[in-house]
Design a protein. Structure first.
Length: 212
């Protein structure tokens, strides 16, 4: 396993690569491979789950916004029901984002500040524009055809085609996502092919981090 062994000098922030991609594009496979190579990975999806645990301020704000029916008998968020709400109504999605995104960004910045390696991967599934994340040095987009996303979603979530299409439609379009890419990883092939591409990108990002 290759381990990144050259942390940024002094208090400098690490070179930060934002990893993004549409739903069911295989971002987890890619981020896991970077982690296996010794790269620090900060996943905003993980942060999003942590900040809505029982007792967290974000969860209470979600209850205030969407009602107590969104919480189960154990005081936990009914994620499937919340997804159904926001996928069918753009306004409701924007309400949820206004609650979560500032908190997610704050926690992500804290995590980046603790990175002790040459560069880090910041997983941002819904990254739509670079200006919203000024500390990001580079954007890697994991890309697959929409039909592949739909079939993967149906298999992963045991959902209907209509539900999968709604989930896909709730996100920014593929063309818009590709416009902000510095690097594009086609993840429609085998996992082995994806891992080879990650290995090449890792070497590239190490060079970029060293020479910035």
């Amino acid at each position: 396993m290759f381990v990144n062994s050259s942390p940024p000098p002094g208090n400098a922030s690490p070179y930060t690569v934002a990893l993004t991609g549409g739903i069911a594009s295989g971002k987890t496979l890619i981020s896991d491979e970077f982690a296996r190579l010794g790269v620090s990975v900060i996943d905003t999806d993980v942060i999003a789950h942590e900040i809505v645990e029982p007792g967290q301020p974000a969860l209470q704000e979600i209850i205030n916004t969407f009602g107590s029916d969104i919480i189960d008998s154990n005081g936990r968020l009914k994620r499937a029901e919340l997804r159904a709400i926001i996928f069918s109504d753009k306004g409701e999605q924007q309400k949820l984002e206004s609650i979560l995104h500032p908190r997610i960004r704050q926690e992500a910045n804290k995590a980046i500040a603790k990175v002790n390696s040459a560069y880090c991967i910041l997983v941002i599934p819904l990254l739509a524009e670079r200006s919203a994340n000024p500390n990001v040095n580079r954007v890697l987009v994991v890309d697959v055809e929409p039909k592949t996303q739909i079939s993967r979603l149906m298999a992963r979530d045991n959902s209907s085609r209509k539900q999968a299409e709604q989930a896909l439609a709730s996100q920014i379009g593929r063309e818009q996502r590709l416009k902000i890419a510095d690097d594009i990883l086609d993840n429609s092939g085998s996992p082995e092919q994806a891992r080879r591409e990650v290995a090449q990108l890792n070497l590239k990002y190490l060079r970029l981090a060293e020479n910035r």
